[in-house]
Design a protein around this ligand. Structure first.
Ligand SMILES: NC(=O)c1ccc[n+]([C@@H]2O[C@H](COP(=O)([O-])OP(=O)(O)OC[C@H]3O[C@@H](n4cnc5c(N)ncnc54)[C@H](OP(=O)(O)O)[C@@H]3O)[C@@H](O)[C@H]2O)c1
Length: 251
């Protein structure tokens, strides 16, 4: 029987590329996200390669997650890998100018959504041998930058939660990885700048960011390590990205 991966946020970017990668490798895939039409189209495309189940849901909605899991067709019930990829940044302005509703949405999606999905799948993941959780954190978890405030803090939660989970799950054969990318080209910036395509484009202009496929290949590598190996975390940046000197305010 083929192995099964559940991917959140598979309607674009890393999640979509991961769905393509695992499908090409013959895994059964469960794809989720809010935009049902995109899921449907992706399922149609990938079903020539493998078995695909799609379910439109918002990770903030715990009941929707439970309903999805209860309704999984028999052949998709034994999930081997969970990729907690759904997430977003909203706004890039200073904390002083930012919108509290945006902060709440980032907390609800990146923290509550990720923990909703993880908690709901723990019984499934612990029932089987050698399963894996891959959580999408970010370099922003470790390196603050102006305007990263709640986004960076939410990803710091993801990175630390991943390590804490390891302590409880290793005896059950569940591996946990915090994947921490830097600049990567996807719809991430379009979402962050609320549909402002030209501002989003400036982020990737004149540079060579990571591509979703790069992250998908890394996710697949993590998931296919021998059972006795746990990749605790991977921090990955494009070559062109490094660190700023520490900022000193002059007044
Ligand atoms: N791109 C980067 O530079 C970068 C760097 C570091 C980390 N990351 C992280 O990597 C992950 C993937 O980002 P990406 O770059 O691939 O961005 P993306 O292209 O915008 O994809 C984000 C995905 O998350 C889904 N999503 C957002 N809110 C959701 C919700 N409430 N419920 C369910 N799904 C939701 C979106 O689907 P729907 O809108 O259809 O729901 C979409 O499929 C995110 O966690 C992001 O924070 C990105």
């Amino acid at each position: 029987m083929s192995k099964c991966v559940l991917i959140t946020g598979a309607t674009s970017g890393f999640g979509l590329a991961a769905a393509e990668k695992f499908a090409q490798e013959g895994w059964s895939i469960i794809i989720t996200g809010r935009r049902e039409e995109r899921l449907k189209q992706l399922a149609q495309t990938l079903s020539s390669m493998t078995s695909v189940h799609y379910y439109a849901l918002d990770v903030r909605n715990k009941e929707a997650i439970d309903t999805m899991i209860e309704g999984l067709p028999e052949s998709f019930k034994n999930i081997n890998v969970l990729i907690n990829n759904a997430g977003l940044a909203l706004g890039r302005s200073s904390a002083l100018e930012s919108d509290l509703a945006d902060w709440q949405t980032m907390i609800d999606t990146n923290i509550t959504g990720l923990t909703n999905m993880t908690h709901a799948l723990l019984p499934t993941l612990t029932q089987q041998k050698s399963t894996t959780v891959i959580n999408l954190a970010s370099v922003a978890a470790h390196y603050p930058y102006p305007g990263s405030h709640v986004y960076g803090a939410s990803k710091a939660f993801v990175a630390q939660f991943s390590k804490s989970l390891r302590c409880d799950l290793s005896k059950h054969g569940v591996r946990v990885t915090s994947l921490e990318p830097g600049l990567a080209e996807s719809e991430f910036s379009l979402v962050r700048f609320k549909g402002d395509q030209s501002t989003a484009d400036t982020i990737y202009e004149d540079t060579t960011p990571l591509q979703p496929k790069d992250l998908a290949d890394i996710m697949y590598w993590i998931a296919t390590q021998p059972a006795h190996i746990n990749i605790n975390s991977i921090e990955v940046m494009p070559l062109v990205q490094t660190w700023n000197p520490l900022h000193i305010e002059k007044h």
